[in-house]
Design a protein around this ligand. Structure first.
Ligand code: IPD
Length: 282
């Protein structure tokens, strides 16, 4: 099992009050993400055996499946009482009250095109509240992690969500688009209203990393409609624990309609704009 204490430097050690069960869950999440990351990286060199899922452009590779198999087998062996929900079909009911949300490769299209921006995303939740999250990019080696109520880290560095922009007009935003063409057209109409109000846009291709980039101040904000729980659970916790404002629109929490994460400097202006544009109705 991974030694979670190596994730934190001495001066950044998390509050000793963090309950041991959360430290254990994070330790496991990091261990799982690193193990799956090794599988994903090894498989990139071979035949990727691509198949289509929800639409002809929503793709899955043998590496996604092998990564999810590893994650599920590990959880079955190490926490047999927990529930599991994974992007590639893993669904297992448990009795412990803990549920794991697994994205075996977030950014599958980047993975396929050998763009080095994809991640394994692992989160554990209880009663709908994410407790721990880990997002690991096996190419860069970066590991983002968070514990509810305790903080977020990139490796040993504690994260605070402060991007360069002090207002929306100077902000660099991330977003993403659906695999469904009609929904993508609606997303494009919203984006047409956003673009003239910001400094610029990035479409990096992995929602979990986009959220962690807001946490690390590499983006001022990110929003996307239609994300699945496994895309966003870990990244939203990392963003929130880093001090980003994480929300849906019209006072709602982030969900499959829309998830918004922004530095405090731009969050207010961005949510007002997205509400005006009806971005939660695409
Ligand atoms: C996708 C990526 C992408 C986002 C899509 C997601 P996947 O996840 O996170 O950036 O725009 O909405 O579905 O399919 O690569 O796991």
């Amino acid at each position: 099992m991974a030694d979670v204490t190596r994730a934190w430097s001495d001066e950044d050690m998390p509050d000793p009050e963090i309950p041991l069960d959360l430290v254990e869950l994070l330790d496991l999440a990091v261990d799982l993400a690193h193990g799956a990351g090794r599988i994903v990286r090894d498989r990139q060199a071979g035949d990727l055996a691509v198949a289509a899922k929800s639409t002809p452009t929503d793709l899955v590779t043998e590496a996604d499946r092998a990564s999810e198999r590893f994650l599920v087998e590990q959880l079955r062996a190490r926490r047999p009482g927990d529930s599991v929900l994974g992007e590639e079909g893993a669904e297992q009911a448990g009795s412990s009250g803990i549920r794991w949300l697994l994205d075996p490769i977030d950014g599958t299209i980047n993975f396929l095109y050998r763009l080095p921006q994809f991640a394994v995303s692992v989160a554990a939740e209880r009663a709908g509240q994410t407790l721990v999250g880990c997002v690991h990019n096996p190419v860069s080696g970066e590991t983002f992690m968070a514990v509810a109520g305790a903080g977020a880290w990139l490796g040993s560095r504690r994260l605070t969500a402060h991007g360069p922009a002090s207002s929306l007009e100077h902000a660099v935003l991330g977003t993403g688009f659906s695999y469904d063409a009609a929904r993508r057209a609606s997303q494009g109409r919203v984006l047409a209203g956003v673009l003239p109000r910001i400094a610029n846009l990035r479409r990096l291709g992995a929602a979990s990393l986009d959220l962690c980039f807001v946490a690390a101040g590499r983006l001022d904000a990110y929003y996307e409609q239609g994300l699945a729980p496994w895309d966003m659970a870990a990244g939203l916790l990392v963003a929130r624990e880093a001090g980003a404002v994480v929300s849906g629109l019209r006072g709602r929490p982030p969900d499959g309609r829309i998830a918004v994460a922004a530095t405090p400097a731009v969050a207010g202006e961005l949510t007002v704009l997205l509400e005006e544009l009806g971005a939660d109705d695409v």
